[in-house]
Design a protein around this ligand. Structure first.
Ligand SMILES: Cc1ncc(COP(=O)(O)O)c(C=O)c1O
Length: 440
């Protein structure tokens, strides 16, 4: 017997990364969406300044994607992922490789960014082992990194609230420092000038543990969820050189930076640095159906393709890896990106976006503004003793005034769908300007 008291009681759903009690007192509900706008339960239009959760890159309810999902559900709903296949998963893997940086030729499918991270870390460890370097078991992440919420991801991740409740996590993990430096880089447009030397901290960590114990380094090219931390010029190149020199794999977590967010297909393209493994999700299916993809080099893939042919080469995978409906959504998404030039559209709009955002310099509480491609952040001074409160108040006010923004700590993050027009950017910025004047 259910103890439901009203038809849509809110208590049963324990919401993710949400202040549940506060939300349930004053729920914010979306009931529909189209292109750049959500519709709320009370019939208001809310401009999407965040592409959902950095994932709806082509905008909402795009016809090709909707139709592909409908058709696929009616044609082949599910096929076993292990020891069986269906054509669309292979087709999608090929289409991803087509747009990926040269050399990343093989794809493992997952259902989320978190699973993609776990998959990448496991591939890295197993690769070192099949190569005869089984002593390379350490993983290096970075402070303030977000790599999802599973145990591997929070171990290499660097956000204290996501780690402290969960015991000892993975052993043998170390962290490089993050690159955020307000005192030197505040109000930088694009890449901040200071901090390339922080990449050398990797050499220090390697000296401490010895390269022969380290399997992989994982970084987000631009750290997103922790508040848009943009690397200085040359930083990622230096990580690439150091990892290569020491036989350590470099993993880029492109869950946010992938699929056009920076104005290039991937962050790797923006920075001109190719990792050995690339982690993606979110924009792969426009956020519509859960799916992630991990790309690996041929060198890594081929190292597993030895031994008797009847034996499984890599003991890893999910019931829903390459699910037919997700694959159909992915194919239609990539087609939409191609038809509309969305993987590079961000580059055209980035200067306008940059200028608009930086026009908020001088507004109350603003201590930094930063931007790259179609990602921006406005960092606010925290209320003494009440961190996160000021930015959260801005989030609620923006929602009430018809704009969806995202906040993390006291940082407002913006990442509109890549179909955004200048007038939408103006609305987002002018709404925020008004709100900043009224914040406590
Ligand atoms: C860089 C990065 N990695 C991993 C994840 C986790 O993705 P998911 O929430 O799909 O598990 C995210 C989500 O924001 C992310 O930004």
């Amino acid at each position: 017997m259910s103890n439901r008291t009203v038809p849509n009681d809110l208590s049963a759903f324990w919401m993710p990364f949400t202040a549940n009690r506060q939300f349930k007192k004053a729920p914010r509900m979306f009931v529909a969406a189209k292109d750049m706008y959500y519709t709320t339960a009370d019939g208001r239009q809310v401009l999407d300044g965040t592409a959902g959760l950095w994932c709806v890159n082509a905008g909402h309810c795009r016809p090709k994607i909707v139709e592909a999902i409908q058709n696929q559900a009616a044609e082949l709903d599910y096929a076993p992922a292990f020891q069986m296949g269906h054509p669309k998963a292979f087709e999608l893997a090929n289409r991803i490789v087509d747009i990926a940086p040269e050399g990343l030729n093989h794809v493992l499918f997952t259902n989320s960014g978190s699973e993609s991270v776990e998959t990448a870390l496991k591939v890295a460890l197993a690769y070192q082992r099949v190569k005869g370097e089984g002593a390379r078991t350490r993983l290096i992440g970075r402070e303030r990194a977000y790599h999802g919420v599973n145990f591997g991801g929070i171990s290499v991740g660097g956000i204290v609230t996501n780690r402290k409740m969960f015991g000892t996590l993975l052993t043998g993990v170390d962290h490089m420092p993050h690159t955020h430096n307000l005192s030197k880089n505040a109000f930088s447009k694009g890449l901040p000038q200071h901090g390339v030397e922080l990449a050398d901290e990797l050499e220090r960590i390697i000296t401490l543990h010895d390269a022969s114990t380290i399997a992989a380094v994982i970084v987000e090219p631009v750290a997103g969820s922790t508040g848009v931390l943009i690397p200085p010029p040359g930083y990622l190149q230096r990580l690439r050189e150091i990892t290569k020199k020491h036989g350590i794999l470099l993993i880029f977590d492109e869950v946010i930076t992938g699929y056009g967010r920076l104005g290039t297909p991937f962050g790797a393209d923006y920075f001109g640095v190719t990792p050995d493994i690339m982690v993606t999700a979110k924009g792969l299916t426009n956020g519509v159906i859960p799916m992630g993809a991990v790309l690996v080099s041929s060198e890594i893939h081929d190292a597993f393709m030895t031994g008797p042919e009847h034996v499984i080469e890599f003991f890893h995978g999910y019931t829903y890896s390459g699910n037919p409906i997700a694959s159909a959504a992915g194919l239609a998404t990539l087609e939409t990106y191609k038809d509309e030039g969305l993987l590079t559209r961000g580059a055209e709009l980035a200067p306008y976006f940059e200028q608009a955002l930086h026009s908020l310099k001088g507004e109350r509480h603003v201590i930094d503004i930063r931007n790259i491609g179609l990602v921006g952040a406005i960092e606010l001074e925290s209320i003494p003793g009440a961190p996160t409160k000021r930015a959260f108040a801005a989030f609620v006010k923006a929602f009430e005034q018809g704009v969806l923004i995202r906040t993390t700590g006291d940082i407002i993050a913006l990442s509109p769908p890549l179909i955004v027009e200048k007038q939408h950017i103006d609305t987002i910025v002018e709404t925020l300007r008004g709100i900043l004047k009224t914040l406590e």
